[in-house]
Structure formats: structure tokens, C-alpha cells
Design a protein around this ligand. Structure first.
Ligand code: XMP
Length: 318
């Protein structure tokens, strides 16, 4: 009978056969899919797997350390961390249009990834954490790997390298990836991590992206994450996060008038992200999030709750 442990074993054997003594390059995003793909490949080919983690400067607080630290310590993965924050933020300067943000981030990611991949001598394969639903519905998948995929399809990525694809998860659904992750001994914080969009915090900062606004959103978002975990709601919701709005409102603090930013809370239930509904969180949980954000995050004096479903609204605000 089919079990996850036999999937893992068979998968590793298949990868050994497919890749042989060649090298694989893989973009680690910090999400569960690319992480499981990386660990499977690592078990199959060891140091011939070259992971690239691009820090685009749009990650949540502590994200890079959480993901890379764990993988490097426990799995001896070969990971190159590329700090490309200045490059991304430079190109995003002054940009407010959501689609422009997405395009800039997609192309910059490819530039950075290509550059790094070309430094690896004799690499033959591109590893990806593509899942079965992505395979059958690759149109609807919008992550950076989708950009790579289409890029790969049209011209070959990187152009001069002619890489073959290796996709260990292409027969799995999301819940099966989580089971494989358990089987492989990955920690809960990776297994249950909410989906996080490729363009990162840029599409949760409405308007211009600046270091200062990134900092405000990071602090507010960390409170949302912490309170979801502390109240045992983190695993029950599909995604929960903060959004920084492009406007200021009046408030009062002590004897003084304030004129500061608004944070929106977006917390939703969903099965597959195609439809979603706002989570009916207990009001005490919402109250704690709101109080903490207003008290602890300098520059925020108001918190609002998004009570829209998808459709017609989307999960992300941009
Ligand atoms: P929407 O906002 O379209 O989001 O309802 C559906 C799901 O997809 C995620 N999302 C993205 N993921 N790149 C990604 O990798 C993107 O550009 C992107 N936009 C949205 C979103 O977080 C939600 O899980």
C-alpha cells in the first residue's frame, strides 16, 4: 500500500537516477514546497544540490534566519544567500502600481538568480517545488517560479545554460507535501507556514515602498503572526497578515493629536486560495492585535479589519 515513507524513498531513488552525478540549482523561497524539494534533492545528491536564497528585502521579520538557519544546521544544505535588497528596493523606488511592482520583482529575481546560477560550474538541472495543481493549472500560479517556468519555456533558463527541469513534487498535492515534510523531519514552523507571495511585502504596502514603511509593516505583521500563534488560530486560518494602507488618519495620544498610518488586518479561511472568506476570529484576539499594533508600532494610530470574501475581493490587497 502507498505510504508517505515509501513515497520519500522512491522519490530519492528516482532523483538519484535522474540526476546522477550532475549538479542541480534550486531557488529556495522559504516556503514549504521549495524546502521539501530541496531536502529530497539533498538526500539524493548531497552537495551537488546548490540552493540559492534571494533576499529581496521584502521578507517578513526573521524569515531569512528562520529558514536558512534551520536548513543549514540540520540538513547541511548547500545554500547561497544572496542579499539583493538594495537592487530590488532601488528598482521599486517611486513605483506604486501593483502590476509594475510584480513585474519589476519578477524580472529582478530572474536577473539575480541567473547571475548566481551561472557562477556554479557545470550545472545541468533546475530544481523546482512545482506541485501537481501547478502542473495542471500553471496559468493560475503567480510565484517567481512561474516566471522562471515561462521564461524557461520560451528561452531556456538561464539562457546560456540550457537547464533541464527536475520537479520532485510534481505528483503531490499540498497536504501530501506537508506529510512528506513530516516524514523528512522538518519542523512545524516550516510545515505550517502560511503561503507568502513571491513579491513579498511589496504587495502589502499600498503605495510606495520605503525602508521606513517596510519597517512599520514588519513590526505590525509580526504582532499578527504572534497573536495568531498564541491564540492557537495560526493553523486554523489559511493566511493572516497585516497590510499598510497609503493614507494617514487622525488620532489622539495623551493630550496630543496624531496623524499616522492605518494597518488593515487580512485573515482568511480557504481551501485552495481560489475562494476565501474572512475568518471570524474571536473579538479578544482581534482586540489584542489592534492594541498591540497601536501601542508597539510607532507611526500607526489605527487598525481596521478586512471583512471581504474572495470573490469579489482577492486575498492580497494588490
Ligand atoms: P489572491 O490575492 O490572488 O491570492 O487572492 C491568492 C493566493 O496567492 C498568493 N499570491 C501570490 N503568490 N506570487 C505568489 O507567489 C504572487 O504574485 C502572488 N499573489 C498572490 C496569495 O498570498 C494567496 O495565497
Amino acid at each position: 500500500s502507498w505510504s508517505m515513507s515509501s513515497f520519500v524513498e522512491t522519490c530519492i531513488e528516482d532523483l538519484k537516477r535522474q540526476v546522477g552525478d550532475d549538479k542541480v540549482v534550486l531557488g529556495l523561497s522559504g516556503g514549504i514546497d521549495s524546502t521539501v524539494a530541496a531536502v529530497l534533492l539533498h538526500k539524493a545528491i548531497g552537495r551537488n544540490l546548490h540552493c540559492i536564497f534571494v533576499d529581496n528585502g521584502l521578507l517578513r521579520m526573521g524569515e531569512r534566519e528562520e529558514v536558512i538557519g534551520f536548513l543549514a544546521e540540520h540538513f547541511d544544505l548547500n545554500v547561497k544567500v544572496v542579499d539583493a535588497a538594495d537592487e530590488f528596493l532601488g528598482k521599486l523606488k517611486g513605483v506604486t502600481d501593483p502590476e509594475k511592482k510584480r513585474k519589476i520583482i519578477g524580472y529582478t529575481f530572474i536577473d539575480v538568480f541567473d547571475r548566481e546560477a551561472k557562477n556554479i560550474d557545470g550545472v545541468k538541472f533546475l530544481g523546482q517545488g512545482t506541485l501537481y495543481p501547478d502542473v495542471i493549472e500553471s496559468e493560475s500560479f503567480k510565484g517567481p517560479s512561474a516566471v522562471i517556468k515561462s521564461h524557461h519555456n520560451v528561452g531556456g533558463l538561464p539562457e546560456t545554460m540550457n537547464l533541464e527541469l527536475v520537479e520532485p513534487l510534481r505528483e503531490l498535492f499540498k497536504d501530501e507535501v506537508r506529510r512528506a515534510a513530516y516524514e523528512l523531519g522538518l519542523p512545524e514552523h516550516i510545515i505550517w507556514r502560511h503561503p507568502f507571495p513571491g513579491p513579498g511585502l511589496s504587495i502589502r504596502i499600498l503605495g510606495e515602498i520605503t525602508e521606513e514603511r517596510l519597517q512599520i509593516l514588519r513590526l505590525a505583521d509580526r504582532i499578527v503572526q504572534n497573536e495568531l500563534i498564541a491564540s492557537d488560530w495560526y493553523r486554523k486560518v489559511w493566511q493572516g497578515f497585516a497590510v499598510l494602507l497609503p493614507l494617514k488618519t487622525v488620532g489622539v495620544m495623551g493630550d496630543g493629536r496624531t496623524y499616522e498610518n492605518v494597518i488593515a488586518l487580512r485573515i482568511v479561511d480557504s481551501i485552495d486560495a481560489m475562494t476565501a472568506d474572512w475568518t471570524r476570529l474571536p473579538s479578544e484576539v482581534l482586540a489584542r492585535m489592534s492594541n498591540r499594533i497601536i501601542n508597539e508600532v510607532q507611526g500607526v494610530n489605527r487598525v481596521v479589519l478586512d471583512i471581504s470574501s474572495k470573490p469579489p475581493s482577492t486575498i492580497e490587497w494588490e
